[in-house]
Design a protein around this ligand. Structure first.
Ligand SMILES: *Cc1c(COP(=O)(O)O)cnc(C)c1O
Length: 389
């Protein structure tokens, strides 16, 4: 038996920032104490700082979907007209949530791999002036495509509707100017670019969206935005918080602040660019070539090869977990993640491993073809950003 180091290379959960992991061991702490209040308060304020918004920021013990659910149940009413821009499995999640709560949803959907053009949204808004909310994914993790939320936000800002952005993998991988672009509710989760285990969801909420909390009549209890805001102001959460995750998140936020959000984004974008160059040079096709996200790169498996073979081979040969396609994309694509705690050394390994796997499974690759593409982009990037000792 040889050593196969376990490597988590999926677009959520992502590799953990080690000091964040270590911080979790200090969770023998009571949440209604001044020590924990201090930690909770600074976690919320650091989060607000890295989101670079003047909007309120709230946090929940939940996976990202919890904050999506909370947004709908707190801000809307049964029968409300909403628009869902759906470009993949997570867009379909918005459709399912809207259906579960009895909203009247117009769904603007595009084939997997594409994104909803802002013009289509503009037209739909013009056709239905009573629209109360628009839902979208900044980065649609299932297809590796990114929406133009800036153009969408600027169009929605001129209407009565609020813009609800699932930025769970958009945060830390693409610029998101919450205040200037009118991103009324912006949702994130701990297990993506924030380098922390799953279990914390958070959102920012604009004054325009807060008004909806006064009129929304849908039932909700655990997820109560107004109550959570009041609790947060006092340095507490409404219910028992996920203390270990809050401590981890605080540590990760310290790191992100030190690095700078812009650098975290640039890091993901550089790795995504290098991945696109590598897989293209190997002779594979990108799944979302026109609007690629920097959170994850979705790649089509070679003709006649199930992408599950590539995923399985990564696990068996190298102990590495990469993502298959979801739903009907399963078997068609595989996804390489870049969000959060990833670096060039990870990518050299992934691309070199991919070359081995393709070669062994009937898709000949001259060794080093894709790796060279990553090396070239590494070199170009190192020129921009001098290597430090
Ligand atoms: C991961 C993810 C979610 C949240 O999924 P959870 O399993 O609830 O954390 C939502 N939207 C997108 C785009 C995601 O990538």
């Amino acid at each position: 038996m040889h050593i196969r180091k376990q490597r988590l290379l999926t677009p959520g959960p992502t590799p953990l920032y080690p000091p964040a992991l270590h911080a979790m061991m200090a969770s023998d702490i009571h949440h209604r104490t001044e020590d924990f209040r201090k930690a909770y308060r600074s976690c919320l304020s650091d989060l607000k700082e890295v989101l670079a918004t003047s909007n309120d920021v709230l946090m929940f013990a939940a996976s990202g979907t919890g904050a999506m659910d909370a947004t709908v149940s707190n801000l809307l009413s049964k029968g409300d007209k909403v628009i869902v821009c759906s470009a993949g499995k997570f867009g379909e999640r918005w459709v399912e949530i809207a259906k579960a709560y009895g909203l009247e949803a117009k769904v603007l959907s595009v084939p997997y791999g594409q994104v909803v053009p802002p013009e289509a949204l503009q037209q739909a808004l013009a056709e239905e002036p009573a629209t109360r909310a628009v839902f979208v994914q900044a980065s649609e993790t299932s297809t590796g495509a990114a929406h133009d939320v800036r153009a969408m936000g600027l169009a929605i800002a001129k209407t009565e509707a609020i813009f609800v952005v699932d930025a769970i993998t958009g945060l830390g991988t693409m610029p998101l100017d919450i205040d200037a672009w009118g991103l009324d509710v912006l949702i994130g989760g701990s297990q993506k670019a924030f380098m922390v285990p799953p279990g914390l969801a958070f959102l920012s909420i604009s004054p325009k969206a807060w008004k909806f909390a006064d009129t929304g009549t849908l039932p909700h209890y655990y997820f109560n935005l107004k109550k959570e805001k009041k609790s947060g102001d006092g340095g507490e959460s409404s219910w028992t918080p996920a203390t270990s995750l809050v401590l981890a998140m605080s540590e990760a936020l310290r790191y992100i602040k030190q690095l700078g959000m812009a650098k975290l984004i640039e890091n993901a974008q550089m790795l995504a660019q290098a991945t696109r160059a590598a897989v293209t040079r190997i002779g594979l096709e990108l799944f979302a070539p026109d609007s690629p996200a920097a959170s994850a790169t979705a790649v089509r498996a070679p003709a006649g090869m199930d992408s599950g073979v590539i995923v399985k081979e990564f696990r068996n040969r190298f102990g590495a977990v990469i993502a298959n396609g979801q739903g009907s994309m399963k078997g068609q694509i595989f996804r390489i993640a870049h969000l959060g705690y990833f670096d060039f050394a990870d990518l050299f390994a992934v691309v070199a491993g991919l070359e081995v796997i393709l070669n062994a499974n009937g898709f000949p690759v001259n060794y080093g073809t894709g790796v060279a593409a990553v090396q070239e982009i590494y070199e170009a990037a190192a020129v921009r950003q001098p290597v430090t000792a």
